[in-house]
Design a protein. Structure first.
Length: 199
């Protein structure tokens, strides 16, 4: 179990990974399919960001009124060829105004992402994180809450200079024993940002 001050932790959301571009508003799945036209809430939120260009990494989810992400509804979105209910939990920023940020440490990129997403929008929310806590304690809480799991991230590591398939090697996915969509507000009191949102 990764633990110590060099680690930060996020909820692992039950959805689909997307790479989102502000310039020309494009939303790519991990397989390279372009979903911008089918995800209008995410596309609209990207247009409102106060930058010329940006690339965000995050998890696309659909949540019910109780804040629980619903993987079955998200999966059904693909067969319906899109949905206005999908929003992005952004957990990393890779580029801003043509400046490649992948050489920066995770915690530096994280601060930039927090500043960029200082206001919650319908289609775009910040993926919250927890730090300065024991990883085993956080994982046990995730299991008790029947969440999908958590992701442990090294705070001082950079992103790879080339596009990565899947999760970076210094991000460790820790699935809980029982897989179920997660409820973000339950960790709000222990997060650094104090806003609703996460991966």
């Amino acid at each position: 179990m990764p633990t110590g001050p060099q680690w930060a932790y996020e909820i692992k959301h039950d959805g689909f990974r997307f790479i989102c571009h502000r310039e020309r508003v494009r939303v790519f799945s991990r397989t390279g399919y372009e979903w911008g036209a089918q995800l209008p809430a995410i596309a609209a939120a990207l247009r409102t960001l106060p930058v010329r260009s940006v690339i965000l990494d995050g998890e696309g989810v659909i949540c019910g009124p109780d804040g629980v992400s619903d993987f079955d509804r998200m999966r059904g979105m693909f067969s319906r060829k899109g949905s206005s209910d999908v929003f992005l939990y952004a957990f990393d920023v890779l580029e801003v105004d043509d400046c490649d940020l992948r050489a920066l440490r995770w915690d530096t990129r994280r601060a930039l992402l927090t500043q960029l997403l200082d206001r919650r929008q319908d289609g775009l929310r910040l993926s919250e994180h927890v730090e300065d806590m024991d990883g085993a304690v956080i994982f046990q809480r995730a299991c008790v809450m029947v969440l999908e799991g958590i992701v442990a991230k090294r705070r001082q590591r950079r992103r790879a200079p080339l596009p990565e398939a899947g999760c970076p090697r210094h991000w460790q996915r820790l699935p809980a024993a029982a897989r179920r969509p997660c409820v973000q507000p339950a960790l709000r009191s222990r997060t650094r940002q104090g806003r609703r949102g996460s991966s």
